[in-house]
Write a protein that binds this ligand. Structure first.
Ligand code: FE2
Length: 374
């Protein structure tokens, strides 16, 4: 499989994984051959990239950190919670909070069972339904960070619940502002910024069932270590550690997604941005714990090595986010290898990734049988 940006999809490509909407319905199944109609609807849904089965590449399986069933169930639940807030004044009730805890508990159990997995896979989300998939992603990303920090199950549950509900206040921001295609005016941005206080109010007003800590996370997830966040401009250690973890996960997930007002940033660029944000935006040790779980070059990326060889990323070992296991496809002079060559970059002293190839470069490579113009 290889990872293809949504803008580079072509008719005839074969889909490598199932794609769902936020209702849990299958939009496209693994193995389907794309046509113009599918591609147009995927673009409308705002999915940033897909895994494509490319018969000219070695096939391999990309395992998500949680299983598909749990992710779809979590997205469906989040959808029902957030839609409930949007359409009525009814508070979160005990049953909804209890269902959410079951979902978070399931995610925690899976993460603890699979401690070596890295965050790789393109997730299931769309622009219209962005908030639901985003909430689940932020929950999963926060929890993998909590696991790396050695948190026990009680701490993980509080962190996961706060993460799942961190953007609940967005349901009170008018949709025409939230989904505006283009930059916001200053006054519109000020309305959006209020979502952290709205979220706090919704969650804190249900304190019979909802822990105050979840509300605090919703309130503080846009605070930044250097004091330049909102709503209060808190600094350093005065921002709760859980709020900072959720803030890091929120930034990563938002930047790797297509939004109505801009395209997704490549995962390796977001990785580098976050790596440089330590002690400015977030506590550096939390950033390191987060990044230790993130594959800078997701499986299926086609990359150029410092040796000028071209390879496909297969897997990234835990703790070595910049040094994946790869299969070399073309040698340094551009000749296609008869058999792909396995290299584990985490075991090589002098070999690094210097470039991620985009779709046109990959096609050019095939046309010229490896003679890539750098
Ligand atoms: Fe937010």
């Amino acid at each position: 499989m290889r990872r293809v940006a949504i803008t580079s999809l072509l008719s005839g490509m074969k889909v490598g994984h199932n794609i769902y909407n936020s209702r849990g319905e299958t939009l496209i199944s693994r193995g389907v051959i794309l046509n113009k109609r599918y591609i147009d609807s995927l673009k409308k849904l705002g999915i940033p990239a897909l895994y494509i089965i490319d018969d000219s590449l070695p096939d391999f399986f990309v395992q998500d950190v949680i299983d598909e069933r749990s992710r779809v169930a979590a997205i469906k639940l989040t959808r029902s919670i957030l839609n409930g807030q949007n359409t009525s004044e009814s508070p979160l009730d005990k049953a909804v909070v209890s269902d959410s805890k079951k979902v978070v508990n399931d995610i925690i159990d899976q993460l603890l069972d699979n401690p070596s997995l890295m965050v790789n896979l393109v997730d299931i989300r769309s622009i219209d339904d962005y908030l639901f998939g985003h909430s689940v992603n932020v929950c999963v990303l926060s929890l993998v960070t909590g696991v790396s920090l050695g948190y026990d199950k009680t701490k993980l549950m509080n962190l996961g619940m706060g993460a799942l509900m961190h953007d609940m206040g967005k349901t009170l921001v008018p949709p025409h502002i939230l989904n505006k295609p283009g930059s916001l005016t200053e006054s519109e941005f000020n309305v959006v910024k209020r979502h952290s206080e709205y979220g706090y109010t919704i969650l804190a007003s249900n304190e019979a069932y909802v822990r105050k800590l979840y509300a605090l996370i919703a309130l503080q997830h846009h605070e930044r270590y250097n004091g330049e966040g909102y709503p209060k401009g808190l600094q350093g250690g005065s921002i709760h550690v859980f709020s900072q973890i959720v803030g890091i996960a929120d930034v990563y997930d938002a930047m790797t997604a297509d939004r109505v007002y801009r395209k997704a940033y490549p995962p390796n660029e977001v990785f580098e941005m976050l790596a440089g944000s330590g002690d400015f935006l977030f506590d550096y040790k939390l950033v390191l714990a987060f990044l230790s779980n993130i594959a800078a070059y997701p499986a299926g990326s086609i990359i150029k090595l410092s040796s000028n060889e071209i390879a496909v990323v297969v897997e990234t070992p835990k703790g070595y986010p910049l040094y994946p296991r790869v299969k070399v496809l073309y040698d340094s002079t551009g000749n296609k290898l008869q058999e792909p060559l396995d290299i584990d970059l985490s075991l090589q002293n002098n070999l690094t990734v210097i470039k991620v190839l985009d779709h046109s470069e990959i096609e050019e490579l095939k046309l010229n049988e490896g003679k890539l113009i750098s």
